[in-house]
Design a protein around this ligand. Structure first.
Ligand code: IMP
Ligand code: MG
Length: 178
């Protein structure tokens, strides 16, 4: 099993690139069907979703706009639960079909806050598209409309996701070896 060392931690491949790509294509297909005629505004959440967004959006064939936003609430290997503001929203989302593009939903607190914030600006709809979801880690209920894979409640890196800033630049996803 291929290993990855980041600082004090060892990670092993858990989701190979090919498997991810297959699921990304499936989700893009669902979005293309559901967003037909809606001119969606995709809002990928930086930093973690940049690779997922790049791969997903190149499979989107309906006319759409893309604008990156940022909201961080994570440090080290445990969610801090601390909430920060949505920044970088440069588009008017009034009456728009908004699709939030996330790397991973863990406790769900970040997404719940994001939805609440965006809802105040009266979009036509808000959909959530997350590459990964940890169902066993959810602390609040979040509507997850599109999801590539559900994963166990373990800490992962790669494909945009980091451990203390490192590990985002891998093709596969790795899980922490305990
Ligand atoms: P939540 O608010 O607990 O759902 O966490 C949201 C954010 O925490 C995600 O968008 C990620 O950026 C980060 N995160 C959650 N789980 C992991 C992980 O296993 N590895 C790296 N980052 C993670
Ligand atoms: Mg994120």
């Amino acid at each position: 099993m291929e290993k990855l060392q980041i600082k004090d931690k060892t990670f092993a491949v858990s989701i190979p690139a090919a498997q991810l790509q297959k699921e990304i294509c499936r989700v893009a297909g669902e979005l293309n069907r559901n967003m037909e005629g809606k001119e969606p505004l995709f809002l990928p959440v930086l930093n973690g979703s940049f690779i997922f967004a790049a791969d997903l959006l190149r499979e989107i064939t309906v006319p759409c706009e893309i604008s990156f936003i940022k909201l961080a609430s994570y440090a080290g290997t445990h969610s801090t639960g601390e909430i920060r503001e949505v920044i970088g929203l440069s588009k008017d989302i009034t009456n728009r079909h908004v699709v939030i593009v996330e790397d991973i939903i863990d406790s769900g607190l970040t997404m719940a806050h994001m939805i609440e914030t965006l809802q105040k600006q009266n979009p036509a709809s808000i959909s959530v598209c997350s590459m990964l979801v940890k169902p066993d880690a959810l602390k609040v209920q979040v509507p997850i409309d599109y999801c590539c894979l559900e994963i166990p409640n373990d800490f992962i890196v790669g494909f945009g996701l980091d451990y203390d800033g490192f590990g985002r630049n891998t093709k596969d996803i790795y899980t922490l070896v305990k």
